[in-house]
Design a protein. Structure first.
Length: 591
């Protein structure tokens, strides 16, 4: 399957809702958005949200905005903005890039009139336009401030002097009601004055906040006068030092959706209890255009993975991995570097479905099956020996070369071939030979025969060892009459092994990646670092057929009998590739 291909999408409750809205003519254009926080890299769980948002847009000929919810400058960075944008473009390439919309560079929401009332709307631009850049909540800081002033004027927001610790104490618990802030009854005039001075930078961090005036006795703790703005004297990666007060996510999120004309806002299930606040903000401002609606769905949490960005950051900071794009990480950057295709990733997350209930964790073996199936169809075959053992074909003369025809991909509709050369000295895998073979061992052994794939049958004559007793080479006879087209080509043996010519092979570093954790639910441990798989990375010096010298990052190959491999995007050099193992040929973790 090509990277552009995407499997058919089964119906789900969200798609049913959108279909009903389209049939009712509720919206002229379906608009979704993907709103990551730029405080880390995207991971497998985000892939589900991306495919849902862009999938809805594709299926309804709508659009999907990439918007950074950058309301917390203490944890955000422009580097993450670049990485997230790159990952999304990769994941939707060939499938949904036509639905990706950006904003005009440097633009703010345009003033317009709706039914005689002033309103603002961010006009979209195609993502490939020269003057386009991703949306950001920080684009709307001026507008959000104006909306906050309007809430104060309507008596629906007030400036509170409680410290963060006192605010938490006053809020109560799920089983006890909250208490009104002593500053809840401030006048509109005093609140406007204090909020203006907050913006001007007169007050220190944590000394004041702007809070919604809702209901401190509400059973929904998120409606107990939640914070709308807090003071933070810190520069923002996008707006610089312009602001020292920043809106909270729940406040900025719904209004950003509105300003962009979003029709359907999709969030994970933990935001169910936040939805009343989402609706309260939009309703309290009496906005003139149709308002967006929030819908929640279950997260995707595969086994043997950590999905929290906070925990992923810990892996990076404590150097358990080499970075956010380490091929053992469940980040999109790590998966791409490991050789996972965008098509395989889309197929997996779409196939897991969208539900309204927490279905628990998803077996990572399902993901690995999809990857294997995709690569089996697409990956060219090559020969590579990861743990070399020299084998000498004594009846071939030094310098003698026998051309053998090898199939590039037997899964192709019209398979092509290439030439691999059999020479006097070749390398085979160490574990393809056993001096004392176990029962039912069908590879090379004393007195045994085996076929070199694409070449001929060989018979073992002698085992050569060094002074310490280590095997240094095997000496064999090549039965050249068993080659394809020769008289005895139909001779049967029980074992077939792969090989590479010692004279022509290239030497390459190969990184054998495996699962990062040893238990299915590392996040449930008291410390997930205690269940790190010590064998998650093994580095070997391999012998590869010469055609792999020109392999490029982004290409994936099946090393026959060994697994799927791709050149490392960071460390490979022209003529000196470094290969990452994408996945083994079989599930080696299966019981």
């Amino acid at each position: 399957m090509s990277d552009a291909a995407t499997p058919s999408v089964p119906s789900d409750f969200i798609r049913d809702i959108v279909a009903q809205d389209v049939a009712a003519g509720k919206y002229s254009t379906i608009v979704t958005r993907f709103p990551p926080e730029p405080n880390g890299y995207l991971h497998l769980g985000h892939a589900r949200a991306i495919c849902l948002n862009f999938g809805i847009a594709v299926e309804n000929r709508g659009r999907c905005n990439l918007r950074f919810d950058d309301t917390n400058p203490a944890k955000e960075d422009a580097h993450y903005v670049e990485a997230i944008t790159r990952d999304i473009r990769w994941l939707i390439s060939g499938w949904a890039e036509a639905q990706l919309t950006f904003k005009p560079k440097g633009a703010a929401p345009a003033e317009q009139s709706v039914n005689g009332r002033p309103d603002r709307l961010m006009v979209p631009r195609p993502a490939d336009a020269a003057d386009a850049e991703p949306y950001a909540a920080s684009d709307y800081f001026d507008v959000l401030y104006d909306y906050a002033v309007e809430l104060i004027k309507r008596g629906k927001a007030y400036v509170c002097d409680l410290s963060p610790e006192e605010t938490e104490q006053y809020r109560g618990t799920p089983t006890t009601v909250g208490r009104d802030s002593p500053w809840r009854s401030r006048s509109v005039e005093e609140n406007l004055d204090l909020f203006t001075r907050m913006r001007a930078g007169e007050f220190a961090d944590g000394t004041r906040s702007l809070r919604a005036k809702i209901d401190m006795t509400s059973p929904n703790i998120w409606l107990r006068d939640p914070l709308l703005y807090r003071i933070r004297h810190i520069a923002h990666h996008h707006t610089g030092g312009k602001w020292c007060i920043y809106p909270l996510y729940d406040y900025a999120h719904c209004l950003s959706d509105y300003l962009e004309g979003v029709t359907h806002s999709f969030c994970s299930l933990e935001f169910v209890v936040h939805r009343p606040l989402y609706d309260w903000v939009l309703t309290s401002l009496d906005l003139p255009r149709p308002r967006p609606h929030q819908y929640e769905f279950a997260k995707l949490i595969p086994t043997y993975t950590i999905m929290s960005k906070r925990n992923l950051l810990r892996l990076v900071q404590e150097k358990v991995v080499s970075g956010w794009d380490d091929p053992r990480m469940p980040t999109l950057a790590g998966l791409r570097r490991r050789g996972i295709t965008a098509a395989a990733l889309r197929r997996f997350v779409i196939g897991t479905g969208i539900t309204t209930h927490d279905a628990g964790i998803t077996d990572i073996a399902v993901f690995e099956h999809v990857v294997r199936d995709e690569l089996n169809q697409a990956a060219p075959r090559r020969l590579g020996v990861l743990h070399p053992l020299k084998l000498v074909l004594t009846n071939l003369a030094p310098g003698e070369v026998i051309a053998c025809e090898a199939v590039n991909n037997p899964q192709s509709e019209a398979p092509t071939t290439r030439t691999v050369n059999l020479t006097r000295e070749v390398y085979i895998e160490q574990d393809d030979f056993a001096e004392v073979p176990p029962p039912k061992f069908h590879r090379l052994k004393p007195g045994g025969e085996v076929r070199l794939k694409y070449a001929c049958i060989i018979a073992l004559d002698e085992i050569v060892k060094d002074a310490s007793g280590q095997i240094t080479e095997l000496r064999c006879t090549a039965q050249l009459d068993t080659r394809a087209g020769e008289p005895n080509s139909g001779k049967k043996v029980k074992g077939t092994i792969h090989w590479v010519s010692a004279a022509e092979a290239i030497e390459a570093e190969v990184r054998l990646y495996d699962r990062l954790f040893t238990v299915p639910e590392p996040g449930a441990e008291d410390d997930f670092l205690k269940v790190i798989n010590p064998d998650s990375l093994t580095v070997v010096s391999a012998k590869l057929e010469p055609a792999l010298a020109t392999a490029k990052p982004g290409e994936c190959f099946q090393f026959e009998r060994m697994g799927y491999f791709t050149p490392d995007a960071g460390d490979s050099q022209p003529g000196m590739p470094v290969f990452n193992r994408t996945i083994t040929l079989r599930d080696t973790w299966a019981k």
